[in-house]
Design a protein around this ligand. Structure first.
Ligand SMILES: C[S@@+](CC[C@H](N)C(=O)[O-])C[C@H]1O[C@@H](n2cnc3c(N)ncnc32)[C@H](O)[C@@H]1O
Length: 348
């Protein structure tokens, strides 16, 4: 009696096997566990594992090829994290959940990782310290930031199926604020220093659904509508071309999606130009509303929060919902189609 050989040629089965094979090696399992805890460079991972960079790079490549990790370059750095989109993302998550954290090797890796994260935070803290006096001086001129954030939470009632983009995210405060409420939040900024701080803060807050990427607000790397909400918080007064930044934000909004712009109302504090590099001394309501309309958005009423010397304005606009559909987007979390690897587009 001859038995028929089983042919495992189904596409999904092959993918599963490739994922399992990639993970079935001690160093790679350690790498999976580490990359589930944050976004890490090859150098940092090599430091934790006590192995050479070329060796670690080879292991990382196998894990990326199998769809268990994602990599994204940022200038001269390449970061790695557990895949959260793509066909083997669910497998990566399950494997991570199964890793025995009590095992002494995983525990040691984790402790070394925490030491690296602390060192990064100290660098970030030094950056803050160097600029703190100037920032405090500026903050004293306008309303308490907590009040602005309270207004934003009320104006932008996001839920756990929504995807958020924060343009000019800086230290990632908007991601910290909205991250716990949404499916996914991405912050973009052109400053590597700011993003280093944002990364540390998001890791500390354990906001695994939030990411930051180095990219330019005039050239966002999404080919079309990909977000339910976009925030631009205290960025436009630095912008060379604010209307273009708004048009670019509108381009990536899904039907029914909301844009919120926070900036100063017109003021006469010339010192902000000379001492704080502001290009624009605030914006009139109609100026920002006009740019939103030009970008095809419906404008909602603007809110004002007066402070001691400066008034904060909050502009709101929305992309019209598609006719006949009360739904903005598929209920499922965004897939790779909507969020291509930003790294491919990042100009450095
Ligand atoms: C004052 S910070 C505001 C940061 C953050 N939105 C907040 O309110 O805490 C302005 C940010 O805009 C970023 N930025 C300025 N021009 C940019 C551009 N063309 N593309 C991306 N980010 C930009 C700066 O790097 C900076 O981090």
């Amino acid at each position: 009696m001859g038995s028929r050989p089983y042919a495992l040629d189904d596409h999904e089965t092959m993918r599963l096997l490739a994922g399992l094979r990639a993970a079935a090696e001690p160093t790679r399992l350690r790498l999976l566990a580490l990359c589930a805890a944050g976004e890490l460079t090859v150098g940092e991972l090599a430091q934790v594992l006590g192995q050479s960079q070329p060796r670690v790079s080879r292991h990382l490549k196998l894990l990326c090829d199998a769809g268990l990790l994602e990599r994204f370059p940022e200038g001269s750095f390449v970061f790695h994290r557990l895949a959260d989109t793509g066909p083997n993302a669910a497998l990566a998550e399950r494997l991570d959940a199964l890793i025995p954290r009590g095992d002494s090797t995983f525990r040691l890796d984790r402790n070394r990782l925490v030491a690296i994260q602390r060192a990064r935070e100290q660098t970030a803290a030094a950056y803050f310290r160097d600029n703190a006096a100037r920032w405090d001086e500026l903050r004293s001129l306008y309303v308490d930031e907590a009040e602005v954030e309270e207004a934003l939470l009320a104006l932008l009632p996001l839920n756990s199926a929504d995807d958020l983009l924060d343009i000019g995210t800086g230290t990632g405060r908007m991601l910290e604020l909205f991250g716990p409420r949404v499916a996914r939040a991405i912050g973009i900024d052109q400053s590597r220093e700011m993003l280093a701080i944002a990364r540390s803060r998001l890791e500390r807050a354990r906001l695994a659904n939030c990411r930051v990427r180095r990219t330019d607000m005039y050239n966002l790397p999404w080919p079309g509508p990909s977000f339910d909400a976009v925030t631009i918080h205290r960025v436009l007064h630095f912008a060379e071309d604010p209307s273009r930044a708004i048009a670019e934000a509108a381009r990536v909004l899904r039907p029914g999606g909301r844009l919120v712009v926070v900036d100063f109302a017109p003021h006469a504090l010339e010192a902000l130009r000379t001492e704080h590099a502001h290009r624009r001394l605030g914006f009139a309501d109609e100026e920002v509303s006009g740019w939103c309309r030009d970008a095809g958005l419906q404008v909602h009423p603007t809110r004002h929060l007066p402070g001691s010397r400066l008034t904060i304005s909050i502009w709101q606009a929305a992309r019209p919902a598609e006719h006949g559909s009360g739904k903005r987007r598929p209920a499922q979390a965004t897939g790779e189609h909507d969020h291509p690897q930003v790294s491919q587009e990042v100009g450095v």
